[in-house]
Ligand binder design. Structure first.
Ligand code: UDH
Ligand code: NGS
Length: 365
């Protein structure tokens, strides 16, 4: 009997030790399981940030979302990652092709059909406020500010907007239209208004190209792309009023384009040509003194029509223009973007344009 009791006590102790060992074993197992779970979760999070750069050597920094299935079972090894909407859009966009596949070539340009601004607005539903546009399916090759010197030419502006907006959109440009309206009735100053347009446009957006266009000139072929080139570009090379020819080889008036770099190299445009004539010749001189040449489209692609008009009041031929263009070399470094002074009187944002009314002062007597 005594032996039986002793055996039972021994067995009981052995069982207790075995149970204790089991508990220890289970605790240790559980501990390590939880540890590795942590590791697996951090592995998944790591994958989440790595995969975008592995998929396509992209610099886009927004993060991928783990899909619902993965979120709900963090230990799953099958990781399904989907890009968020912004990233999808950025990744999908390639550079726009050059030339644009949307171009149609020669255009019918007439000024007899009546045009209304409301009509132009509804024909251009993709414009953003301020006459801004960028293609939605590709990244435009250039960011172009179109700058129009302006005063009392509303009828011409309607036609310009009517014809140019669809052309610029087919050219797949990232662009904005700036109408620089001289305030008051002092003598007109085209080149100074163009300088103001350059400065004001850059305050809004990081434009890399500037197209300076008279309000009354319309291209007759959309292959004449309103962008910048390796040399300053003269775009209105074949005007109807000159029998579709250049009036002279150095002519740089009407419509031209300069990259930011080209514009800065010549210290912008002169500010002291009041009244008609000569400012475009001064710009030509600046370019050629800085070693640049003029690039031009061929005579067919460069055809354009001018809206016929009488000479404007307060834009009579400037009697000083011949003397001024004879001295461009001496004056260009002190008269230009580095000496520009003006006051903005009002800024109007329309769907079709940004109109900046500006006080550019008056000629010193
Ligand atoms: N501009 C205005 N308002 C003005 C003067 C000029 O908006 O009062 C702008 C407009 O963008 C114009 C540009 O400046 O297209 C060039 O001025 P301009 O049209 O006077 O120059 P252009 O050489 O004509 O085209 C000169 C007068 C021709 C008179 C012909 C009479 N038969
Ligand atoms: C030149 C003018 C330019 C002008 C061009 C065309 O004579 O400013 O005619 O004028 N230069 C001078 O007067 C020094 S246009 O026929 O378009 O009115 O752009």
């Amino acid at each position: 009997m005594g032996d039986t009791t002793l055996n039972f006590t021994l067995l009981h102790r052995i069982c207790s030790v075995v149970v204790l060992l089991c508990v220890v074993h289970l605790s240790v197992t559980l501990f390590f399981y939880v540890r590795t779970l942590d590791l697996r979760i951090s592995f998944l999070q790591n994958q989440e940030t790595q995969i975008p750069t592995q998929i396509e050597n992209s610099t886009v920094s927004s993060k991928y979302n783990i899909s619902e299935t993965t979120k709900n079972s963090a230990v799953s090894t099958r990781v399904i990652l989907t890009p968020n909407a912004t990233e999808k859009a950025a990744r999908a966009l390639d550079k726009c092709p050059d030339p644009s596949p949307l171009l149609v070539g020669p255009l019918r340009v007439e000024f007899s059909d009546p045009v209304t601004l409301d009509g132009v607005r509804s024909q251009n539903p993709h414009l953003q406020s301020g006459g801004r546009y960028k293609p939605k399916d590709c990244v435009a090759l250039q960011k172009v500010a179109l700058i129009i010197p302006f005063r009392h030419r509303d009828e011409h502006l309607k036609y310009w907007l009517y014809y140019l907006h669809p052309i610029l959109q087919r050219q797949q440009l990232d662009y904005g239209v700036y109408v620089i309206n001289q305030y008051g009735e002092e003598t007109f100053n085209r080149a100074k208004l163009l300088n103001v347009g350059y400065v004001e446009a850059l305050k809004e957006y990081d434009y890399d190209c500037f197209v300076f266009s008279d309000v009354d000139l319309i291209p007759m072929d959309d292959r004449n792309t309103y962008k910048c080139y390796s040399q300053p570009r003269h775009l209105s090379v074949s005007m109807d009023k000159f029998g579709f020819n250049l009036p002279y080889l150095q002519y740089f008036g009407g419509v031209s384009s300069l990259s930011k770099e080209q514009y800065l190299k010549i210290n912008g445009f002169p500010n002291n040509y009041w009244g008609w004539g000569g400012e475009d010749d001064d710009i030509y001189n600046r370019l050629s003194f800085k070693g640049m040449s003029i690039s031009r489209p061929d005579g067919t692609i460069g055809k354009c029509r001018m809206i016929r008009h009488q000479r404007d009041k307060k834009n009579e031929p400037n009697p000083q223009r011949f003397d001024r263009i004879a001295h461009t070399r001496e004056t260009m470094n002190r008269d230009g973007i580095n000496s520009l002074e003006y006051k903005v009187v009002n800024v109007e944002k329309d769907q079709l344009y940004t109109k900046i009314i500006v006080d550019v002062g008056k000629p010193s007597r």
